[in-house]
Write a protein that binds this ligand. Structure first.
Ligand SMILES: [Mg+2]
Length: 227
């Protein structure tokens, strides 16, 4: 399968980094908020760029409502990838190394990793005691940027895609960055980045068109806009 023009347009090998929530999968904490009717848990990284503060607020809400970790995993197990995400990821991984860089937690998002076909994913870890989330172990304070820089040190040229504030350092560090369906407050603020609205547009932006994108039967997989 030939490389798409974007992936083949320089002497350097390319590597693509993708955010998880809001790009390939739904927002986990919004699903938890919906399931347990937690109006005080509706902030995401799209609203607050301070991730540690946001997570400590979430743990506080879970504690107040006495929600156990196993109950949260049950919610996550019911989530499905965003429309077209599995096909998109499968096709992209045929073209180029793909690494998912996420601020989620390995124990929490395991069901999502499985439904996406176990892409290589770098994320954080939760501290769990007696079936309760008690703290977070952030692997690195700026893990997405550090990962991009590490890949660049291996002589890869990085194409990064994300939807929110916690992706900006990754998008800025990459040779090519693209926002997908960002919040209104991010629109127009980073004009040097690409901007697409859904995975279908992202596939086109990456050059995954008919020849590289058709499924095994030659048909276009369904790549509808976000739900
Ligand atoms: Mg996101």
């Amino acid at each position: 399968m030939p490389l798409t023009p974007l992936l083949a347009d320089s002497a350097k090998q390319k590597l693509v980094t993708l955010d998880l929530e809001g790009v390939l999968a739904p927002e986990i904490w919004l699903a938890v908020a919906d399931r347990f009717e937690l109006d005080d848990m509706r902030m995401t990284t799209r609203d607050d760029p301070d991730y540690r503060k946001l997570m400590m607020q979430r743990i506080g809400v879970l504690t107040r409502h006495d929600i156990r970790f196993s109950q949260i995993v049950e919610v996550v197990s019911g989530l499905v990838p965003l429309p077209g995400a599995v096909a998109f990821l499968d096709r992209l991984r045929c073209q180029v190394p793909v690494v998912v860089l996420s601020d989620t937690f390995e124990q929490l998002a395991a069901p999502i990793f499985a439904s996406l076909g176990q892409p290589v994913t770098l994320c954080h870890r939760l501290c769990i005691e007696d079936d309760r989330i008690v703290d977070i172990m952030l692997r690195h304070e700026d893990p997405k940027r550090a990962a991009v820089q590490a890949f660049q040190s291996l002589n890869y040229e990085v194409i990064a895609v994300g939807d929110s504030y916690n992706d900006l350092s990754m998008l800025e560090a990459a040779e090519i960055g693209c926002l997908i369906h960002p919040p209104d407050s991010l629109r127009g603020t980073h004009p040097h980045l690409g901007l697409v609205e859904d995975l279908s547009e992202l596939a086109t932006w990456l050059g995954l068109t008919t020849e590289t994108w058709a499924d095994d039967e030659g048909a276009q997989p369904a790549l509808n806009s976000r739900p």
